[in-house]
Design a protein around this ligand. Structure first.
Ligand code: ADP
Ligand code: MG
Length: 299
């Protein structure tokens, strides 16, 4: 390594230590009312699942009781949280069809004692079609979640819903059940493509099904600080969404992408990694922000 390389590595380590210390020195407030946050973007591979599980785990590590609802038939969130999701397991599919309640489907995680998951199974792949003929087909997750939150002995501070990469009935159920939408945006080409369609759909949901829904949070992911492109995308997103976009940015990191193959979040897999720190920073910021539009900066 050259002297310049050595200097860069040293700077990186000092920076990491400073950021970890800053996190350790702050306590995150816990919301009185459960914040139900849908993580959505109809594009696949933009970091929805990665963001869902790592933010949820980060908030649990910062003192919150957190539930992840896996609403993607692929079950990647269930995998990343090390939760069983074979076809015979009671899952969100049974909940949507009204055959089981959330209490019957919820599982603890090995990631953290305060982090729970309602898994998805492959059965969910057929749910988009099966739901069509059911009454109140858009409200089924909301109804199940409301009764669960009312009756649960554990008070949940956050519920995260991981959406499939489409705008079908599963995603509509997630929007109707939630108070907030978090949109992960990948800092790559075409990052903003499709965003206006997503925002348009959210407007329709607000108008017809859930007036309380708001896009509260945008998180920039897979950020590569060495490329101009990533900086340009980040700048553009911040210009369009100055209050929604978190200051914290999730870098492109090998540790983040490796963790799910061990059935782990990045926090369990490598707590000291830069990816783990970034998700903890994002979680701390989310906790600081109120979901109440009257008290948020943007109002
Ligand atoms: P989605 O749920 O939107 O389809 P994923 O969260 O599954 O997207 O991410 C897509 C792929 O990108 C996965 O292989 C994941 O491990 C990887 N990935 C996500 N975030 C990062 C990151 N910050 N750095 C590196 N790889 C990432
Ligand atoms: Mg996913």
């Amino acid at each position: 390594m050259t002297d310049t390389d050595n200097a860069l590595v040293a700077k990186h380590l000092v920076d990491k230590r400073r950021r970890r210390r800053a996190l350790e020195q702050t306590v995150s407030p816990l919301p009185n009312e459960t914040r139900v946050i849908t993580v959505s973007n109809q594009k696949g591979g933009v970091g929805k699942t990665t963001t869902t599980v790592n933010l949820a785990s980060a908030l649990a590590r910062r003192g919150a009781n957190v539930l992840v609802i896996d609403l993607d038939p692929q079950g990647n969130a269930s995998t990343a949280l090390g939760v069983m999701h074979r076809p015979e397991v009671t899952s969100v599919y049974d909940v949507l069809l009204g055959e089981e309640d959330i209490q019957a489907a919820i599982q603890p995680t090995t990631d953290h004692e305060r982090l729970f998951c309602v898994p998805s199974t492959i059965n969910l792949a057929g749910a988009e079609i099966e739901l069509v003929s059911l009454v109140a087909r858009e409200q089924r997750l909301r109804t199940a979640l409301e009764s669960f939150l009312r009756e649960s002995e554990t008070h949940f501070h956050y519920v995260f819903i991981d959406c499939p990469p489409s705008l079908g009935l599963l995603t509509v159920n997630a929007f109707v059940a939630a108070s907030e939408v978090l949109i992960p945006i990948q800092c790559e080409y075409y990052a903003l493509e499709g965003l206006s369609q997503l925002l348009g759909n959210i407007k329709l949901i607000q108008k017809h099904l859930n007036p309380g829904l708001q896009v509260s949070t945008i998180l920039l992911t897979m950020y590569d600080a060495r490329t101009n492109l990533a900086q340009e995308v980040a700048q553009e997103v911040r210009t369009h969404f100055p209050t929604e976009t978190l200051t914290a940015v999730v870098p492109r990191s090998v540790r983040i992408s490796e963790a799910p193959s061990y059935g782990q979040t990045v926090h369990a897999y490598d707590a000291g990694s830069i990816g783990a720190i970034a998700y903890l920073e994002a979680a701390a910021e989310i906790a600081e922000r109120s979901a109440d539009p009257l008290t948020s900066e943007g109002a």
